[in-house]
Design a protein around this ligand. Structure first.
Ligand code: AP5
Ligand code: ZN
Length: 215
């Protein structure tokens, strides 16, 4: 199962990816999570990525393609993968197609989680996540039992540094200019599936599950 989950910032890609990996035995590969981990670990990659992420810009293609190639070569990706947040440019999509072709594989489904812009801003600005176990919450749509504390581990809930004001708007502009054109790229290949993401998370997942079971 070689799957991509796409959609604008805040559409619920990470939320749906958690449901998908619980129901299907494939690794979840999020380039955003990989960069955030590198930032937290203070690596060279993290230092480089942070400059772009905090400005709402994309990390350069060569850097991003490099880490995804390395990840897809790991043994746990043999039976498939769920890519989240990659590809985000035409150059990345073409690099992915080439890497997969070299392995005799291809993208089987590109799931596009569609959500209107005004809803995206409310979702992103209300998002908080656990500084310890990374569980994602929303102050209004998925509040923790005790404000500011993780239900699972009691860790402190924090906001992502790119989830405020101007950076959020910049990310939406970058999405529209650089990533949205990829929908047409996958539609032409006959693998694009639009899912209405502006519903309860379980309703959204029910549609995704049906789609994946019928692949
Ligand atoms: P990345 O981490 O990929 O961020 P993103 O695409 O902006 O997506 P988000 O993580 O903001 O949102 P999501 O769709 O996962 O939503 P979530 O499920 O959390 O990338 C960050 C940065 O890294 C980029 O800006 C770039 O700099 C860099 N980067 C990453 N990949 C790259 C690449 N390939 N190339 C270059 N640079 C790259 O949900 C959002 C909130 O809404 C949560 O609080 C959640 O609880 C809530 N929610 C979710 N679904 C629902 C629902 N149905 N109803 C109500 N609330 C909901
Ligand atoms: Zn936690």
């Amino acid at each position: 199962m070689n799957i991509i989950i796409m959609g604008p910032p805040g559409a619920g890609k990470g939320t749906q990816a958690d449901f998908i990996k619980a129901a299907f035995p494939i690794p979840h590969i999020s380039t955003g999570d990989m960069f955030r981990e590198a930032v937290a670990n203070g690596t060279e990659l993290g230092k480089e990525a942070k400059k772009y992420m905090d400005g709402g810009q994309l990390v350069p293609d060569e850097v991003t393609i490099g880490i995804v190639k390395e990840r897809l070569a790991q043994p746990d990706c043999k039976e498939g993968f769920l890519l989240d947040g990659f590809p985000r440019t035409t150059v990345q999509a073409e690099a992915l197609a080439q890497v997969l072709a070299d392995m005799g594989r291809k993208v089987e489904a590109a799931i596009n989680v569609a959500v209107p812009d005004e809803v995206l801003i409310e979702r992103i600005t209300g998002r908080v996540s656990c500084s310890n176990c990374k569980t994602v919450y929303h102050t209004k749509f998925k509040p923790p039992a005790q404000a500011g504390k993780c239900d699972k581990c009691g860790g402190e809930l924090v906001q992502r540094s790119d989830d405020t004001g101007e950076t959020v708007r910049k990310r939406l502009v970058v999405y529209a200019a650089q990533t949205k054109p990829l929908l047409e790229y996958y539609e032409k290949q006959g693998v694009l599936h639009d899912i209405n993401g502006n519903r309860d998370t379980r309703e959204v997942f029910a549609d995704i599950k049906r789609l994946l079971e019928n692949l």
